[in-house]
Design a protein around this ligand. Sequence first.
Ligand code: CAO
Length: 550
Amino acid sequence: MAVEIVTVPDLGGAETVDVIELSIAQGDAVALEDSLLVLESDKATMDVPSPFAGTLVKFLVADGDTVKVGDPIAEIEVAGQQAEASAEPAKAAADTAAAVIEEQAEPVKQPEAATVSAEQAGGLAEQLILVPDIGSEDQIDVIEISVAIGDQVEEGDTLLVLESDKATMDVPSSHSGTVIKIIAAEGDKLTTGSEVAVLQVSQTSPNAETAPVAEVQAPQAVVEPTAQPAIAPQAPAPVQTLVDSAAPNESGEVYAGPAVRMLARELGVDLSQVSGTGPRGRVQKDDVNLYVKSALRAVPAAATGSGIPLVPAVDFSQYGEIESIPMSKIQKLTAANMQRNWLNVPHVTHFDDADITDLEDFRKSLADEGAKRGIKVTPVAFLIKALAAAMQSNPIFNRSLAADGEHFIQKHYCNIGMAVDTPRGLVVPVIKDADEKGIWDISADIATLAASARDGKLKPADMQGGCFTLSSLGAIGGKGFTPIVNSPEVGILGVSKSQMQPLWNGQEFVPRLMLPLCLSYDHRVVNGGDAGRFMTQLVKSLSDIRHLAL
Ligand code: CAO
C-alpha cells in the first residue's frame, strides 16, 4: 500500500481558486476520476477528479481554503501495484501532479537534536511542526484547523486547536514560514509529538537551524520528490484558551477558535449573536455561515431600518427530537403582518370591565325568536353593535394615518373586522356597514362569515375594507390580553371571558356578570383621553343596551 498525494491540477489560467465543496469523506472508497472536491474561481467551478483509485486518507485542504496549481489537496491510499501501474496514466488523464509518500511501518525514533531539512533549495527548507508538550499523554481531538495551505504564519501563530474534556488549546507554530502541507485533520486525535503541518521556512531563519528536540517518537514520512522535513524544535507551549467553557462564558466571552473568529470578522458577524453547535456550545464555521444565511433571508421582513438585532438561528435537534412543520400560507401572512404591526405601531392597551348581566338576560330572551329565524345571537353581535356606536361618537377610532405621515384619513363608513380562529390560522372577515345593521343582521353576518372562514371559503372582498377589529376570546377563556392593532386600522378590541363578580352598588355587593375588555390603539393617532372616552362609552352601552337604540 502507498499513499498518493493529489495536487491541484492546471487551472486554465486562474492563479488561485477557492475550495467550495469536499465531495467525499475521509475513509470513502474512490474510483479513478471520481470527483474529490469542487474548486471555484471568479469565472467557473470545476470538479477535481481523482487520478487514483483507492481510499481517501484525508483532505489536506478544507472548505473555504484558497489554493493554487500544485498545492496538495488530498491523500489517497492505493494498492502498491495499482499505484505503480495506474498512477502515471491516471495522473496524465487528470492532468494532476502528485507526490508519493511511502509510509514506514514502524515509527522512527528521532535523534535528540535535529538538523535542518536534508534538502534545501534556494535558501528554503521544509520544517515539520509537531504538537509540543501538552502536559499529558492523552490523545486529544483536533477541533479546528486554523491555517490553510499557502498561509504565511509567524512563530506563535495558531496552527490548530485541540480540545479535551476540560480545555481547548491553540497549538502554536514553532517557526515562521509558509504552510505547504497540513498533516492533521479535524477529528484526528493528537498527542505530544504528533505531526501537525509542514512549513517552508527560510534557511536563515534562526529557529530553522539546528535545534534541540525533546525526545519525540513520530511516524516519519519520506516525501518525494521534496525534502524530508526536519523535526520541530521545542515549540511554544500550547495556549489554553478556555476551560470548562459552555457557550459564552461567565465573562460573556464567546467560545470560538481563531479561524472562526477570523471568518466572523471577515463577514462582520457579532459572534455573541451566533449559537454554537460544537461541543459545549463552541461556535463553528458552519454556525457563522448559517447565521449569515438566516440574516440574509430575514432582510425583507426586518427591513424597517429599525436596526433590531435578529433572533439567532438555533439547531434545536441538539437538545432533543424535533420535526419541521411547514407553515400554512395564512400562518406565514399572519406572522409577517403581526411583526410589521408590532414593529411599526406604538401600542397602548386600555382595560375595563363591562357589566353585561342585563345584556345576557336580554340575549337569552331572544333564543326562541332566534330559533324561528334560524339565527343564533351571541355576545359578539352586541359587541359589534356597541363598537359601531362608539366609533360613530369617537370618529378618531375610524381613522388611519396617511402614507405621507402628515394626514389622517377619516373614514365615513363603519366596517368591523372579526378575528376568527380556524384550523389553517387566523383570518379576519369584515362585517360591512355595522353601524347600519341591527342585532339580527349582525348575528347573521357573524354566523355566515365565521362558517366561511372555518371552511376556507372566504373571498378576498370578505376580508377587505375593515376600519376596526374585534378579537373575542370569550368562548375560550382568559382574563385579559393585549391584542396587536391590525394596521392601518388604529384600534382593536380584545374581549375575554365574562365572569360573575361581586359588585358594590352603594349599599351592598351584588353578583354581576362582568366582561373584560382590552382596547389596544395606535398612539400615533389615538391619545389616552380618546381611548378613555371610547372605552367608557363602550362599557356604558354594553352595561345598558338601551343606549344602543339612542
Ligand atoms: N364570555 C363568556 N362566554 C362567551 C363570551 C364571553 N366573552 N363570548 C362568547 N361566549 C359564549 C357564547 O355565549 C357562546 O355560548 P353559548 O353557545 O352557550 O351561547 C359560546 O361562547 C360561543 O361563542 P362564540 O364567541 O364562539 O360565538 P360567535 O359565533 O359569536 O363568535 C368568533 C365567533 C368568530 C368570534 C369566534 O368563534 C372565534 O373564532 N373567536 C376566536 C377569535 C380569536 O382567535 N381571536 C384571537 C385573535 S389574535 O390571535
